[in-house]
Design a protein around this ligand. Sequence first.
Ligand SMILES: [Zn+2]
Length: 399
Amino acid sequence: MSDEVGEARVGELKTASMTLQTPHLLPVVNFYCGGTRNSLYGGGIFRTIKEFLSSHPETVHGRDYSEFFKGVMSSVAALTDFNITQERYLDYLGTPIRDRVEFSDFDGGLFVDSGGYKILQKGGLSGSNFDLNVSQKAVYGIQRAFGGDILVNLDSPLSPNDDYETRVQKTEQTAEYVREFLALTTREESRYLTIHGHNRTMIDRFLTTVEHTLNRPLKGTFDGFALGSLVPYKDDMGTLIEAVTAAKKELADRDLGDLPLHVFGISGRVLPLLVALGVDSFDSASYLHAAINGKYSTSLFDTVPLSQAIFDDCHCPVCETEALRSDMRGNTRYQKDVLGPVAVHNLAVQQFELKKIREVLQTGDQDRFRSYLEEMYRDRPASRKFAYRTINKTLEPYF
Ligand SMILES: [Zn+2]
């Protein structure tokens, strides 16, 4: 960490193979989605995203998009989305992502999620002519085969409707996966532990169960933590703030507060507040989902229907490229080529904002960070009280 402003931190996240500026947003990228080799592994809008990520000349028109893809999140579970054949599956696992000719221009960091939620819900990984029993070992094998820089254990996320018994069972199951994960991985790999729960009691119980199952302290065992089970609360700022606050406190109590904290699947209007609470990284597919729904981002908070977008107001490389503006106006043969550039624009808006936050934090000036937060939320009545509560909790109060 190079600077701390209240609880917020700015710095670098380093593994053996990559460095990311933090706080950092990792876009979700689906590398393997059906298709064939010569179509960059197919996948509709995902394909266009991959073309941007790998500087496909006809798509990027000479501009460089690498700053938006410095770190990306990919999930083992994505393999189940496109009913692939076993032959293709084995091909996907044959060469790590960054060693493939198709992705040779991509040199960003790769965080590979275990995909616990989806995999366990579906009962396994399946394709058109094969089924895999999912185990921690199988998931780790795929994470390695992808060439992941940061790996995380298989987990059994909590859902809002789980009763107490179910939560206990799921926590014990996850702790068991963690035990296997540690036996499979080595100290040279960057290992993150998933954390589940959205208040101090739940998170304390979760961490205690893991420690008990491992029979060793978490300190010195993991390189970072990833808070999960929050996607059902993505629009509930109060719960998100409570969950992150609880995780930070429980980690600090165990002398783990210096390690990086990632939050799974969250971005948008709550991002600056989670940064204020000390979150170091996030991942999100919201840039993509917004585009699929025809939404063009005008800020971290706002979208307009694509038909109403004014491209002149944006200075991202997509909106500054005439050919891509034409694509976004619908002058393409395929819908993916309309929505792909919109998704990359949406991502750029989020990445620019996070860059701005890093710059404010780099000054180390509490007043500037407070002003930034106040300005961001001033005209947003639904979020404003959460912003003030977060400011009061994390920054020195005005006198
Ligand atoms: Zn733009």
